[in-house]
Design a protein around this ligand. Structure first.
Ligand code: SF4
Length: 380
């Protein structure tokens, strides 16, 4: 495939290794396969050589747990990215980290290599909840990790938080929110637990051993979170994401704004022009496929104009500022209110969507039922 060299891309690199599998996790991660990391990194370098010279303004190294790699391995990966792509001067370079896997020297090495943003998987500040989730760290280790990252020079740090956990009370959630705010991250990603079948946590809930909070409690947790973060100066800019002014995740914004991005590594997805394609999840299959040029031998989807218009709506509506009529017209040459007249009218009447000047956005009620709102923007 021909890649438009005039565009500026985001780059996602997937590291599919972890110390151990968390009890709720169905991401592509292979604990116990870390001995294959060197070979995996060589494969990644081969894969990125197909994109040589392409410009990028965001890089996101996620997983899995990238910081499972030794600091030399991870720094050599960042170095390879810098050599293969033309990174803009202000390129946002994020690395995901599990609190148990990095110390100050590790963070200093990443910082010196040009990494300028960390995303730390804190998840909860209640040890009982962390242990139930199968996380390898406790709350104190998570706090120390944030401090070590700051000592190493990082000033842009995301912390992850989960809610709606089995056995989680409103009081323990409030405690986690307050601990999280006291660590003063620049960005917070907060997600309700999604129970995935075939995970140990699913079996424990399914058997009745663990009990999830009911839906009303979970919604209250979300509302409390939004209020507390707002009081602490965080702006909610997406359903699950909050930041201090000026610290929105530029990389994640690319996904919601349908900007082009390149995914490298097992299970990584790419969006280039009207094409979306995904690398295989399984390590051996990925290693075979990575030797082929972009998109070849991968699961591929050619987007029609209708697909692209639907994506524009359901991805863009995740953002609090919503979707712009003007941008829709500039992208597709048709008025949004004509293409989606029915769902827009219906959801505005039900107070699930509202207009703010040129932008259509979710109301607070709409956020609670966002998935069912999004479904109605699918075009046949
Ligand atoms: S650290 Fe993340 S990717 Fe790894 S097992 Fe836990 S949830 Fe999954």
């Amino acid at each position: 495939m021909k890649i438009d060299q005039t565009k500026v891309y985001g780059i996602y690199v997937h590291i599919p290794f972890c110390l151990q599998k968390c009890a709720y996790c169905d991401f592509t991660s292979y604990p116990g396969e870390l001995s294959r990391a060197d070979y995996y990194l060589e494969t990644l370098k081969k894969e990125m050589s197909y994109y040589q010279g392409i410009s990028a303004d965001t890089v996101y190294i996620g997983g899995g747990t990238p910081t499972c790699l030794s600091k030399n391995q991870l720094c050599s990966l960042v170095d390879a990215i810098k050599r293969n792509f033309t990174l803009t001067e202000d390129c946002e370079i994020t690395v995901e980290c599990n609190p148990k896997t990095a110390d100050e020297a590790y963070f200093s090495a990443l910082f010196l290599q040009g990494v300028n943003r960390l995303s730390i998987g804190t998840q909860s500040f209640c040890d009982k909840e962390l242990s139930m989730l199968g996380r390898v760290h406790n709350a104190e280790e998570a706090k120390q990790c944030v401090q070590m990252a700051k000592n190493a020079g990082f000033t842009n740090i995301n912390l992850d938080l989960m809610f709606g956990l089995p056995g989680q009370s409103m009081a323990s959630f409030m405690q986690s929110v307050s601990e999280l705010i006291s660590l003063a991250p620049t960005h917070i990603s907060a997600y309700s637990l999604i129970l995935e079948e075939d995970t140990p946590l699913y079996s424990r809930v399914d058997s009745g051993e663990l009990v999830l909070p009911d839906e009303d409690v979970e919604r209250s947790m979300y509302r409390v979170l939004v209020d507390e973060l707002s009081k602490a100066g965080y702006q909610q800019y997406e359903i699950s994401n909050f930041s201090l002014p000026g610290f929105e995740s530029r990389h994640n914004n690319k996904y919601w704004e349908r900007a082009p991005y390149i995914g490298l590594g097992a299970a990584a997805h790419s969006h280039i022009g009207m094409l979306r394609f995904a690398n295989p999840d399984e390590l051996d299959r990925y290693i075979k496929t990575a030797k082929l040029p972009p998109a070849e031998g991968r699961e591929t989807e050619f987007l029609t104009e209708k697909d692209a218009m639907s994506e524009f709506m359901f991805l863009g509506l995740r953002k609090m500022r919503g979707v712009s009529q003007k941008q829709f017209y500039e992208s597709f040459g048709k008025p949004m209110t004509e293409v989606f007249s029915e769902p827009i009218q219906k959801h505005c009447q039900r107070n699930l969507l509202e207009w703010k000047d040129d932008h259509l956005c979710l109301t607070n009620r709409g956020i609670d039922v966002s998935n069912s709102v999004f479904c109605e923007f699918l075009l046949d």
